[in-house]
Design a protein around this ligand. Structure first.
Ligand code: BDR
Ligand code: CA
Length: 309
């Protein structure tokens, strides 16, 4: 099987780190570039974290910095979840230097060189870098196989009652992606809340490997407080769901939907408006990940992280 070429845009971020390790350990995909956006913490920290997370694997994947703010406003961070350094306080060895250039340019360059419908983009943070790509060069959507985003919610948000964190932080950029014409898949909170990391998963990861990456991942998992939404049973592995969809789609059920995002300045700002039932205005433009085989998901994550050094 030829691995699918992917570009990952991320804002590490505790769950981004797990998602990156899952991606880098998975032979089904070929991570060509990792691009970085601000979000969970400021860009300086997310870029350093992405370099360190990639560096710990020993793989030579270029890491390119991007936007430190949304299209229209500064980012609002989530250090209250991810810690001040974005990795729950874990200090990793410094990674290789960032590759030169800017994220949106690096993505545009990779897409220009790609055959039609061949490149998969995985977005794990605010959509700014990816949105800029199609704002500047909309024709590049033709070379995209799929845009897979951890963003949004059909139900309640996690920053406001309406909005999930990534969608909240740059709804305008997200709407560019939802209307760019490329196939979009949404891993919203509705599915990522099913990826609840419990103490048994942390113990299983520690038992599976004493490698640097698996040990760091277990430390990160230990650092995140259980969420109130889960009844304090665990914390959600949002971003790894987007990677898992590309690596192991059999773990999910899905539905075709019409999806847009509220770009108003009102109380609905950042809400993803998702129609599963063909209601007006019916313009199906996205795939909505619905149910997750959570046991299969954690088995995959643990087995793959245990492959890393
Ligand atoms: C999303 O927001 C961030 O805090 C996480 O990294 C994830 O991408 C979940 O709402
Ligand atoms: Ca993220």
């Amino acid at each position: 099987m030829t691995p699918r070429p992917v570009i990952i845009d991320c804002d590490p971020g505790t769950d981004d780190a797990i998602a990156l390790w899952l991606a880098l350990a998975s032979p089904e995909i070929d991570v060509r570039v990792v691009t970085v956006v601000g979000g969970n913490v400021g860009l300086a920290a997310t870029l350093a974290n992405a370099r360190a997370v990639v560096g710990l694997t020993g793989k030579t994947v270029p890491v390119v910095g991007g936007s430190g703010r949304a299209l229209l406003a500064p980012f609002e961070d989530a250090a209250y979840v991810h810690g001040d350094n974005g990795l729950g306080g874990l200090i990793l060895p410094e990674g290789p230097p960032a590759a030169p250039g800017l994220a949106a340019d690096a993505i545009r360059g990779a897409l220009r060189a790609a055959p039609p419908r061949s490149m998969t983009l995985i977005g794990l943070g605010p959509a700014t870098n990816l949105g800029l790509v199609f704002a500047i060069e909309p024709a590049l959507a033709d070379n995209v196989a799929e845009i897979v985003l951890m963003t949004g919610a059909l139900g309640e948000g996690n920053v406001t009652p309406s909005a999930e964190f990534n969608a909240w932080n740059d709804p305008e950029a997200l709407d560019i992606l939802l209307t760019c014409g490329a196939p979009v898949t949404l891993a919203t909170l509705d599915v990522t809340n099913q990826a609840l990391c419990r103490p048994k998963h942390i113990a299983a990861l520690r038992a599976a490997s004493r490698g640097a990456c698996a040990s760091a991942a277990a430390t990160i998992w230990d650092s995140v407080a259980p969420s109130r939404r889960s009844g304090e049973e665990g914390h959600e592995q949002h971003d790894a769901c987007a990677v898992a969809w590309v690596v192991a789609p059999h773990l999910f059920t899905h539905a075709e939907v019409a999806a847009r995002v509220d770009c108003s300045q009102g109380i609905g700002r950042g809400r993803t408006v998702i129609d599963r039932w063909g209601r007006k205005p019916r313009v199906p433009n996205a795939r909505f990940l619905d149910r997750l085989d959570a046991d299969g998901f954690f088995a995959l994550v643990i087995e793959r992280l245990a492959r890393l050094p």
